[in-house]
Design a protein around this ligand. Structure first.
Ligand SMILES: Cc1cc2nc3c(=O)[nH]c(=O)nc-3n(C[C@H](O)[C@H](O)[C@H](O)COP(=O)(O)OP(=O)(O)OC[C@H]3O[C@@H](n4cnc5c(N)ncnc54)[C@H](O)[C@@H]3O)c2cc1C
Length: 464
């Protein structure tokens, strides 16, 4: 059921002001950026749906292809289809004689790897450390995401645990010698840890089974214990990512249990595309008030929208996500405001430190306007964005004195492809704010349109 909107709560004039300033700064930086080969490919994918679908299918398959004739064969199979309109150079290369096929295969592999490198920082801690330090110098902090999807064997979960432990240790040691960055390290009440790691509960145990709630909680506790003890020792923040809806309650419950058991710097992601998002936020707020614990909540919209819709339809379940983009956007602003009201005012109080995981300037401007109206300082919140995305917005945010953290994926090519495809889909989706703002350059008033006013209008129409 849609909540009845109260549009008067939002200071649209101030949101517009903040949003227009951010957009102007963003466009200024965009003008200085070169159009890379990856952008050209994504640009074509946005123009031609057939090309987009087949290209992303090919990207997903690529890590399993070992010879150049396999690469060429699959590429031709996927792309030489009647519904696909290819960029001219690509069409010519694909249709060229047999002798050119190895070169086409090699160029394609390189191009996709290049694309992956835009979103994935490297394979190992040694590889990513220089990247992270360079970003730190540019006033950008990090949260590391160890790439991979659900673990299916104990060897895999053991390997993950070892890598998490190594990462916490290596990053904490290496970052000690980095130069001080007040904007990144001074929180409203306390210092913000330099090392920040994001983990998924599905990578900790072979089967995170919500049907066996208590049994899974016990297995998860055993698996996470050494990681959290290490994090306590190093003073690192551990963030629990949010995965699909089926794991949501388990993740929140497990997170709360860990917060009570281990004294680590704790964070969790919440998804505003869920109809339950406000209840989830109340649940966490109540927990922090009851226990006196301070936690970070990273508010995102959610990365699995299509999956949740299709999965629920197939299973005959109630769809757990909002069905319209503006409903998600409105919910994001409502939940952000709710979480902001739970900002602790001193160290003795429990409460929430809000981290905004969004590249949408309207969503960001709305929260900044509430931050002002609640009389909270800039360092009461932090902005989080994905590595390799929305660079011009990041610059605009840093220039305005906000703490910015990038979510930085680390890992190998094969597990990285699912992540890459999610990012490519996000960048090229019809509903994406980045596509509208960055690619289509829609006017400011459209980009900053209030989702609450759209809901309000719908509500009035429905009553007529
Ligand atoms: C730092 C960081 C960490 C992240 N961690 C997580 C995580 O733990 N778990 C997770 O799931 N995601 C995570 N994400 C991914 C995140 O969910 C997406 O990047 C985000 O949804 C994009 O939102 P936006 O505000 O940038 O863009 P926008 O373009 O404003 O929003 C796009 C989003 O709107 C929603 N949407 C799209 N179509 C519809 C529709 N028809 N009806 C309703 N809603 C719709 C979807 O959630 C889609 O992703 C993270 C992102 C960041 C930046």
């Amino acid at each position: 059921m849609n909540r009845i909107p109260d549009v008067s709560v939002y200071d649209e004039q101030r949101i517009m002001q903040i949003g227009c300033e951010l957009l102007a700064a963003m466009h200024e930086h965009e003008a200085k950026q070169a159009f890379s080969a990856t952008e050209k490919l994504m640009d074509w994918a946005m123009k031609d749906h057939g090309f987009k679908v087949q290209l992303f299918r090919f990207v997903d398959t690529l890590p399993t292809l070992h010879t150049s004739s396999q690469v060429y064969g699959y590429l031709a199979d996927f792309l030489l289809q009647p519904e696909v309109h290819l960029p001219l150079g690509m069409a010519t290369a694909l249709k060229a004689g047999k002798i050119f096929r190895p070169a086409v295969a090699m160029t394609t592999r390189k191009q996709i790897e290049h694309m992956a490198k835009r979103f994935i920082a490297g394979m190992t801690a040694n590889e990513i450390l220089p990247v992270l330090e360079k970003q730190w110098e540019k006033q950008t902090a990090f949260s590391i995401d160890l790439l991979g999807e659900e673990c299916l064997s104990e060897e895999e979960t053991d390997a993950y645990r070892v890598r998490y432990l190594e990462l916490v240790q290596q990053l904490s040691t290496a970052t000690k010698s980095w130069k001080a960055q007040l904007i990144l390290e001074e929180g409203m009440l306390a210092n913000v840890p330099r090392t920040n790691l994001s983990l998924k509960i599905s990578s900790l145990v072979t089967k995170a089974d919500p049907m066996d709630f208590e049994g899974t909680l016990a297995k998860l506790d055993q698996a996470i214990k050494p990681i959290l003890l290490q994090a306590v020792q190093c003073g690192a923040l551990i963030n629990f990512d949010m995965e699909n809806y089926a794991l949501k309650d388990l993740t929140i419950e497990f997170f709360k249990q860990c917060c009570e058991k281990y004294n680590f710097v704790a964070g969790i992601a919440l998804q505003a595309y869920l109809r339950s998002a406000e209840d989830d936020a109340h649940n966490l707020i109540e927990f922090t008030k009851r226990t006196g614990r301070q936690i970070t909540v990273r508010l995102v919209k959610g990365a699995y929208w299509d999956f949740e819709v299709i999965n629920a339809q197939q299973m005959g379940w109630k769809i757990p996500v909002w069905m319209h983009k503006h409903e998600t956007d409105a919910c994001y602003e409502r939940v952000a405001d709710l979480l902001l009201t739970a900002t602790p005012r001193d160290l003795s109080q429990g409460g929430i430190h809000l981290a905004l995981g969004s590249h949408n300037v309207r969503s960001i401007a709305s929260v900044l306007s509430t931050l002002e109206s609640q009389g909270l300082p800039k360092n009461a919140i932090e902005m989080q964005m994905l590595y390799g995305m929305a660079d011009s917005i990041k610059v605009a945010i840093i220039e305005r004195g906000y703490r910015l953290r990038e979510y930085v994926p680390v890992g190998e090519f094969l597990p990285g492809m699912a992540y890459l495809v999610r990012r490519l889909l996000e960048n090229t989706s019809n509903e994406s704010w980045l596509r509208a703002g960055d690619h289509e350059r829609l006017p400011d008033n459209v980009l900053l349109e209030s989702p609450h006013e759209i809901l309000d209008l719908e509500h009035k129409r429905a009553k007529q």
